[in-house]
Design a protein around this ligand. Structure first.
Ligand code: HEM
Length: 418
């Protein structure tokens, strides 16, 4: 094994990829490697009936781009939803064109690469303030002290929410997206009866608090419009009709979760990879600004924080000759696609100069991540500032999130020589 190899332990080739517990020891790379080689389109049973697991890069692209064959409107996570749940919980993510196009057009302007570039100074300042406060401690939990703090503070600014509410936002976000981890919620999705919460995002009671918060913000912005995304959503009329209260609340919730949890885990994974690959780290340091865009892409590829998203077959079809019936669930494993050796040379090598790097960490097609430019900026700027200040660092054992959906790190002990 060369010292650039990622993920020393690839896990059990026969691991249960549906189990939240499996991911406590990291992404089960050996299992997905076996699937890519032996059965790239394979049926996986689960208590709700099962789904097709799509593990190759080319097939992920095919499914994501063909919304006529594979709809997002029946849900985008493995969980099965009844019609009333779908209606109650529907966001941008669970729409196909043309409805999706109208709503996406509404929110897109705040997230174009050009607009996002104007946020760079603000994010750099924010990062500097947080690093200056925390690095002096010498030893700390990187996740709770740094990674958890930064993306949410930026998001608060974009949404026009007071930064003093950031901690509360993160706590609510954790309770929703990390709904299988007992550290974050007592209402554990696969262990507790969540029937009474079935009409709420992530079947999580915390969504009620987020909804109440969103209602207050909406009331305030209607009275006192600002130059922010929330005001745009409340005043725009995508279909000749303004967003309904429920649509607004669901979108607000989506932004809070999507724009906060994902970037934070990417930064934490990135730190562990850099620690484990000192040659790569030193090469990046030697050309910190010039190398940062490619380095960011490799961190994004290797970490693949949102491990899958789902579509549903519209009419009987096939992929790679494997027949699929209308109504079947199709789960695209983005993190597996990022390690597909048909596309990436030596995918298990961490190479900060890798180019091209066509990872699907942000998905592709109509639903490609709205916040991709923002996430890229945050990861890049964070590491530029961190590496500028920190000469050497040690990283302890990551405490991983219990989730088959988000590849997350809850705690990461770090010792720095700033
Ligand atoms: C490293 C960080 C991030 C990762 C890994 C990530 C991942 C993804 C992926 C894979 C999708 C596509 C879902 C699908 O195929 O159905 C997506 C969509 C989305 N993301 Fe991100 N995301 C990140 C950061 C962000 C940020 C910072 C924001 C907002 C501030 C954001 C907001 C969204 C939204 C609103 C969508 C839905 C887009 C649509 O359906 O048209 N994400 N994200």
């Amino acid at each position: 094994m060369t010292k650039n190899v990622l993920h020393e332990s690839l896990g059990d080739p026969y691991a249960d990829i549906t189990s939240h517990d499996t991911y406590l020891s990291g992404f089960p790379h050996a299992a997905f490697m076996r699937l890519r080689q032996e059965a790239p389109v394979s049926w996986v049973d689960d208590p709700e009936g099962g789904f097709w697991a799509i593990t190759k890069h080319a097939d992920v692209i095919e499914v994501s781009r063909d919304y006529n064959r594979f709809t997002a409107s029946r849900g985008i996570r493995i969980e099965e939803m009844e019609e009333d749940e779908l209606v109650a919980r529907r966001t941008l993510m669970e729409l196909d064109p043309p409805e999706h196009t109208r709503l996406r057009r509404l929110v897109q302007p705040g997230f174009t690469p050009k607009v996002v570039a104007t946020y760079e100074n603000a994010f750099r300042q924010l990062t500097r303030v947080v690093l200056d406060q925390v690095l002096v401690e010498g030893e700390f939990d990187f996740v709770t002290e740094i990674a958890r703090d930064l993306p949410i503070r930026m998001l608060c600014r974009l949404l026009g929410i007071p930064e003093s509410d950031a901690d509360q936002m993160v706590a609510w976000g954790d309770q929703m997206i990390s709904n299988a981890d007992p550290e974050y919620t007592p209402v554990i999705i696969d262990k507790v009866d969540t029937e009474e919460y079935r009409l709420l995002p992530f079947r999580a009671p915390a969504a009620l608090d987020v909804f109440r918060y969103a209602e207050e913000i909406a009331l305030e912005r209607r009275r006192n419009p600002q130059d922010d995304i929330v005001t745009t959503l409340l005043t725009a009329e995508p279909d000749g009709e303004p967003l309904t209260d429920l649509e607004f609340k669901n979108f607000f919730t989506l932004m809070m979760v999507a724009g906060n949890e994902t970037t934070r885990h990417t930064i934490s994974h990135g730190l562990t990879y850099l620690h484990d690959h000192p040659d790569q780290l030193e090469a990046w340091r030697a050309d910190l600004t010039g190398g940062s865009e490619d380095a960011t892409e490799e961190i994004l590829r290797a970490s693949g924080v949102t491990m899958h998203f789902r579509r549903t077959v519209v009419e009987d079809t096939e992929i790679r000759g494997v027949p699929m019936a209308a109504g079947d669930k199709v789960v695209m494993w983005y993190t597996s696609a990022n390690y597909d050796d048909d596309v990436f040379d030596e995918p298990f090598v961490f190479d900060l100069t890798r180019k091209p790097n066509p990872h699907v960490t942000f998905g592709t097609g109509r639903h490609v991540c709205l916040g991709a430019s923002l996430a890229r900026l945050e990861v890049r700027v964070f590491f530029e500032e961190f590496l500028n200040r920190v000469q050497a660092f040690e990283v302890g054992e990551p405490d991983r999130l219990r989730s088959n959906f988000i590849s997350g790190i809850k705690h990461l002990p770090v010792k720095v020589n700033a």
